[in-house]
Design a protein around this ligand. Sequence first.
Ligand SMILES: [Zn+2]
Length: 363
Amino acid sequence: MYLISPSKVVRGNKAWQNSLDDIRKITNNPLVLGRSKATSKIRSSLFEDLTRNNFNPYEISIQFDCCHEDLENAYEFASQKKCDAIIAAGGGKVLDTGKLLADSLSIPCITVPLSASTCAGWTALSNIYTKKGQFIKDVNLRSCPELLIYDHSLIKTAPLNTLRSGIADSLAKWYESSVTSSNNCDGMVQQAIQISRVLRDQLFIDGLAAYKNQSVDNISWSNVIDANGITAGLIGGIGGEKCRTAAAHAIHNSITQLEPSKKPLHGEIVGVGILIQLSLEANKNKNILAKQSAKQLLKFMRDLNLPSSIAELGIDVFENDNLEKIANFTCREESEIHYLPFSVSPNDIIDVVSEFERNKIAI
Ligand SMILES: [Zn+2]
């Protein structure tokens, strides 16, 4: 089965208001799910809109990342109240929780991203974490969301670090898919890789201008948020699993195991993961172009004030066996690192990451 896209996508400045009729076709008793205090005002206004328009909504806040504890509570609540759809409003972790909850209840999910940090509003995939934010696994869902409401005026209110984090996560599509799948004969996979290259170029062209002026009137900003929340999702949809992730996300997953004191955003870790992937390609696969790509990417990431080393994510790899922990988790059997076209051992990771951290970047 190919799960390419949500059944309907509504985007633009008044996407939420313009979606109320579509929401009515899906649900009468939705559960509005969210998390942070920062989005509580927006979620209250969505809830009021629903009430005013004769829906019978309920609401719940999750406490952690997309984790079993939150999912069990929300499952019980939604079952008790006989909710007939989930409206997940928030960042990637909230959207992942909402999609997985809806899937386990066999009811539709409506996603309302409140930042441009992720393409989770689009995809038929949820990542599960522990309560402490350590990555456990990806879960493939039975469908994409029924409705994606990509409201620019809501996304405009998100903190600026979510925008740059989303840019880094979207850039990973190109760096990961081009290295893992360029010899895949499937035309859909080839087209997904080509789109990820165009997406990367768009982000290089518009990323900094978007970051400097977060406004619905700034065309660069609109281009970038649509790239992060919509185009990146489409690439995952048509490219399938091997187009999604490789070393950058494998490194991300291992870094989340270390529970850094200040918790970085998903894309902030993935950005460092891309640089480490390029260092692996350059050092273990003698890929000269990878060195040039790393230089180009590093400059762009620094312009956006994105972290560019594990130390800048708040973790010293030379303490507490952190290097070994990263190497072992990155190379476990089910890891995406094994999609790389050359083999990588824990010792390779230790070599490259230690050199990367010592020199800031191993290029
Ligand atoms: Zn990601």
